[in-house]
Design a binder for this molecule. Structure first.
Ligand code: ASP
Length: 344
């Protein structure tokens, strides 16, 4: 009798434990699922995707001539087609990012490479970074004065050095040793940018180029290259070469390249913040990037925008300034380049 009662008790305890355990598991799954929804908000996975920017700022139709508008769109398109073809042919996201940015660095219209803005002292100091989302490898150069294509130097830092960021003369020496193209500082002289400096001695100006890509293997990459802010002083370095601020890529979430007032993008770790909101809070690319750019940065007073691509090939191009030179293309045939706020 005692034995039977004991067995009954044991059965009840086991039963309660089982139900309790199942309940706990169920509750846990619901909570996890609700806080870690997949970042993918697209209808279907894109085979590849690319987004570019050519800087954000006070870019309005009133300030543009029809000729300049056309030139900028052609410049953006040329860069976009370069990256798009690499990705469609099965090339890597890293190659697409580097080659696309090189095209914009060679175009005097954009504030990167050839078209870099002038510092307060009448020099050109360039920053660039690239990041591989597949392994979180990254490379950056800052304050370089004689490298034709800083984005390629950044990629060399990533793949051929044990460091992440090299600056100034040391970065130039490293690039020289890697056989990269060195140009005299006068290469970066453009009349327009020099005149900009005269203007900006009263008012600071910005601009930058960037590219994010997803390749057919599912790898993400991001890159950013800039002359920084016109009239910058004391070897100032902006957000573009700072990993997590102006540039970030992680296959688990997204690739981001930023443009805007660098000091804010550094302090609000903008690029990584977008990735973190997706990773830890389950936000979609659109939700995460808009929260950071249109709410957090606006509240802080930091103007600018970002371009981003997620692991599913979704694209988001939010900005809080009056305009942003931007474009995108995806494997399903959608593409476009845009300048003003009122363009889709
Ligand atoms: N973010 C760049 C910097 O602060 C400038 C820009 O994007 O306009 O150096």
């Amino acid at each position: 009798m005692i034995k039977v009662l004991f067995m009954k008790k044991i059965t009840i305890i086991v039963f309660v434990l089982l139900i309790g355990g199942l309940g706990f598991l169920f509750f846990n799954q619901v909570v996890i699922a609700s806080t870690r929804q997949p970042a993918n908000n697209s209808v279907k996975q894109q085979e590849w995707a690319i987004a570019i920017h050519g800087g954000a700022g006070v870019i309005t139709r009133e300030k543009m001539t029809p000729e300049l508008d056309k030139e900028y769109r052609e410049g953006l398109n040329k860069a976009l087609q370069t990256g798009k073809n690499i990705l469609a042919d099965g090339g890597s996201a890293l190659d697409a990012v580097e080659q696309t940015i090189r095209i914009m660095e060679d175009n005097p219209l954009f504030n990167a490479g050839k078209g870099a803005v002038f510092t307060h002292d009448g020099k050109n100091e360039l920053d660039a970074a690239i990041m591989d989302g597949s392994n979180l490898a990254a490379g950056a150069v800052a304050g370089v004065t004689d490298l034709k294509n800083p984005i390629t130097a950044a990629r060399c830092v990533m793949t051929k050095s044990e460091h992440v960021m090299l600056s100034g003369a040391g970065a130039s020496q490293f690039a020289r040793e890697q056989g990269l193209e060195i140009v005299p500082p006068s290469y970066f002289y453009t009349k327009k940018r020099f005149n900009d400096l005269q203007e900006a001695l009263k008012r600071e100006k910005m601009g930058t180029v960037g590219c994010c890509a997803l390749d057919k293997k599912g790898n993400l990459a991001a890159g950013t290259s800039t002359g920084g802010m016109t009239n910058k002083k004391y070897n100032r370095i902006g957000d573009s070469p700072v990993i997590g601020a102006g540039t970030y890529a992680n296959n688990a979430t997204c690739a981001v390249s930023a443009t805007g007032h660098g000091e804010y993008f550094i302090r609000w770790t903008v690029a990584h913040d977008i990735s973190a909101l997706m990773e830890y809070r389950g936000l979609s690319l659109k939700e995460a990037s808009e929260l950071v750019v249109n709410e957090k940065l606006v509240k802080a007073g930091g103007s600018g925008g970002v371009i981003c691509v997620d692991k599913a090939g979704n694209i988001a191009l939010p900005f809080n300034s009056e305009g942003m030179f931007r474009g995108f293309a995806t494997a399903d045939g959608k593409e476009g380049v845009y300048i003003y706020q009122d363009e889709k």
